[in-house]
Design a protein around this ligand. Structure first.
Ligand code: SF4
Length: 63
């Protein structure tokens, strides 16, 4: 699985990084970045939860 963050959609709320810190991190501009590619199998559920929880739909996941 591959995770992506649309930088134009991200409002920097930090939710994804707190739900799944193995995959998402906040960069120096306060925007989420993906730090694990591919998403490790053992944190898939958390990555999906982060995607579903993102208030702006900035996260996309691809198999
Ligand atoms: S949950 Fe969405 S809006 Fe919030 S930091 Fe992550 S990508 Fe950005």
């Amino acid at each position: 699985m591959k995770a992506k963050v649309d930088r134009d959609e991200c409002i920097g709320c930090g939710l994804c990084a707190s739900i799944c810190s193995e995959v998402f991190e906040m960069d120096e501009e306060g925007i989420a970045i993906v730090i694990a590619d591919p998403v490790p199998a053992d944190v898939k559920e958390e990555a999906i939860e982060a995607e579903e929880s993102c208030p702006t739909g900035a996260i996309s996941l691809e198999e």
